[in-house]
Unconditional design. Structure first.
Length: 365
């Protein structure tokens, strides 16, 4: 029996299209092995860099829940709440490269049929930083990674030459891709920030410079809520907070819109969809807009008893996708990938009750 869930994405064979995104679920060998045992088709490692990392002296991530009762959205533990979002200000991996390398080798040897994507990040604007990208790329590919994901989207970097701060600069995107494609010969995924009005141009620059796929979205830059009584933020250190990243269900619709924008502009190019996937229905929507691969973070982290890797979640996702394919008579996700694309149009193309609509502007005389 052929495995209907299998996909070929960026030239790699995935046993199923669901992978864990770069984040705490993929921060260690122990968690990645557990994730593969549970059934995930691949993982993107927590972003690996060369610079020492020291996180804030407090919680790095909070889970916000919505309720019918006040307060409506809060991290506060209350009965009858549902997940709303994660908010984090966690930096990239604090495990140094030389400790990652033997772990990556062991993971790949233990699960050769699962795709191991190494997420890496360095700076920009100098030959030294380009050499840093190359060093990271060569090292993780040498240790067995099947592909790379270049992190150009971390929303909380002070350095102006890193993370989301560089994703508006097409010259920088091109220079990093030139350096990395010169260094290694594996598919290069580029993870972009949703927080830019020039996303489609950035994606175009990345594809043209050799990216096999755009991974989207990273978390949205955002702030945690302040309590009106105590005047404390829901997460803070010594009363201070900084811009962090919102993930989970709260970003689903915005992530879909951005995936759709890229998919319409570059229908033949590949997209790994990320943002608020909690079950098959959300995953379906990403595929319908053109994504050929799905990444999950917050929903896996939230699953109690799974060690934060979504053991039940991957079972549900594969079961529900499998049942859907059977029920609709599809051979694979390719049969419905991109079906929503042509139905997302300009406002003026949607039927009106009368012929009066003229684009929202008074008709000129
Ligand atoms: C605590 C936390 C840490 C994260 N760290 C990284 C990271 O190191 N590199 C990266 O590319 N994305 C990172 N992300 C972003 C996720 O990979 C993902 O893009 C985002 O959470 C949206 O997916 P979701 O809605 O399923 O959570 C992190 C997210 C969270 C919640």
């Amino acid at each position: 029996m052929p495995n209907k869930l299998s996909t070929t994405f960026t030239g790699l064979e995935f046993v199923n299209p669901f992978i864990l995104a770069s984040a705490p679920p993929t921060e260690s060998k122990r968690k990645i092995l557990k994730a593969f045992e549970a059934g995930w088709g691949g993982v993107v490692t927590k972003t690996i860099g060369l610079h020492p990392v020291e996180n804030v002296a407090g919680p790095k991530t909070i889970y916000q829940r919505a309720s019918e009762q006040k307060p409506y959205v809060s991290r506060m533990k209350r009965p009858d709440t549902v997940s709303h979002s994660s908010w984090n200000w966690e930096l990239i991996s604090d495990q140094p490269l030389d400790l990652w390398l033997p772990d990556l080798e062991e993971i790949k040897t233990t699960y050769p049929d699962r795709m191991l994507i190494g997420s890496i990040m360095a700076g920009a604007g100098s030959a030294e930083e380009m050499a840093n990208w190359q060093k990271l790329a060569r090292a993780v590919v040498g240790a067995g990674c099947d592909a790379l994901e270049l992190n150009m989207s971390c929303p909380h970097m002070d350095r102006k030459d890193m993370g989301a701060n560089i994703a508006n600069d097409e010259d920088i995107i091109r220079s990093i891709l030139a350096a990395v494609t010169e260094a290694v010969d594996v598919p290069i995924w580029v993870k972009l920030t949703p927080a830019t009005s020039t996303l489609v141009d950035a994606a175009g620059a990345a594809y043209a410079a050799g990216a096999s796929c755009i991974s989207l979205c990273n978390t949205f830059p955002s702030l945690p809520l302040m309590d009106p009584e105590t005047l404390k933020f829901e997460v803070e250190v010594d009363g201070l907070v900084t811009s962090g990243g919102l993930g989970g269900l709260a970003i689903l619709h915005q992530a879909l819109q951005r995936v759709c924008d890229i998919s319409k502009a570059y229908p033949d190019k590949e997209i790994s969809g990320i943002g608020g996937i909690k079950g098959f229905r959300e995953a379906f929507n990403f595929i319908a807009h053109g994504a050929g691969n799905l990444q999950v973070c917050t929903a896996a982290m939230e699953e109690k008893g799974s060690g934060g890797v979504g053991v039940q979640l991957i079972q549900e996702l594969t079961k529900d996708l499998s049942e859907y394919l059977d029920a609709k008579g599809h051979a694979s996700i390719e049969d419905f990938r991109g079906i929503a694309r042509s139905r997302v149009v300009e406002h003026a193309q949607v039927r009106r009750k009368s012929e009066d609509y003229n684009g929202g502007y008074a008709q000129s005389a």
